[in-house]
Design a protein around this ligand. Sequence first.
Ligand SMILES: [Zn+2]
Ligand SMILES: [Zn+2]
Length: 278
Amino acid sequence: MLTDYHTHLRPDDTAATAEEFFTERNVVRYVDAAAARGIGDLGFSEHVYRFRQALEIWSHPFWEENATDDLDAYCEFVERMKAAGHPVKLGLEVDFVPGREDAIRALIEERPWDYVIGSVHFIADRAVDHEGYDAWRDSDPDSVWSEYFATLGAAAGSGLFDIVAHPDLVKVWGRGRPGPSRPLGDFYALAIEGIARSDVAIEVSTAGLRKPVGEIYPSRELLELCLEVGCPVALSSDAHVPEDLGFGYDSARDYLRDAGVTEIAVFRGRRRERAPLG
Ligand SMILES: [Zn+2]
Ligand SMILES: [Zn+2]
């Protein structure tokens, strides 16, 4: 089995509207691309901040600018695609906002997800992966890395999510940002307690291969720490166009097998099972 659960039906810009991309024709493009690449389980996980309901969680200017769509219309759309026989699953990528756990829980509850992915893009009000709100500006790299992994651990430990996304996203810029001065394991340690305490799957994402860092998320060292505490692995590409579905999966498969991973997590209705890695 190969999965691709962390995917988006459209690029990350406000010009990519729901009207244009939440269509059966677009879904068929994804379904066909997944089938051609041997991906047996495909799901969509739109960014929570593209939906008006997200403003009940956070009112960051970036969210205010992006929150134009209706979350229930998205859920109904994907459910309609399922009912029409398209082999797709309903997910959501939700930014963890510390202190807003109740609001996040309220948004997740009562909606028919197959899985919910938690991610950390922001630390306080600045982003590790968005130049417009650059977390590195006037900050020392050790603080950025510490805050990032502390927030990731809190996200994992919150119990809100089924999968924790791109676990070391903080490395996204590669040499484009100054690295931390201490060994990376010092920073990973800040997240591992939260990851161990929860029953969350860790995402292995090939998105990093398409970014300046040019590496899979997470690093081998962080992956091994997660495996040691019993985390299942969820495999995804974070594609925003059908052409990127299953991107770099040959590398990912080698990477996982080399780390001793023989099973991956599959989800339905927020219940998790393990399937042999295909
Ligand atoms: Zn993300
Ligand atoms: Zn994503």
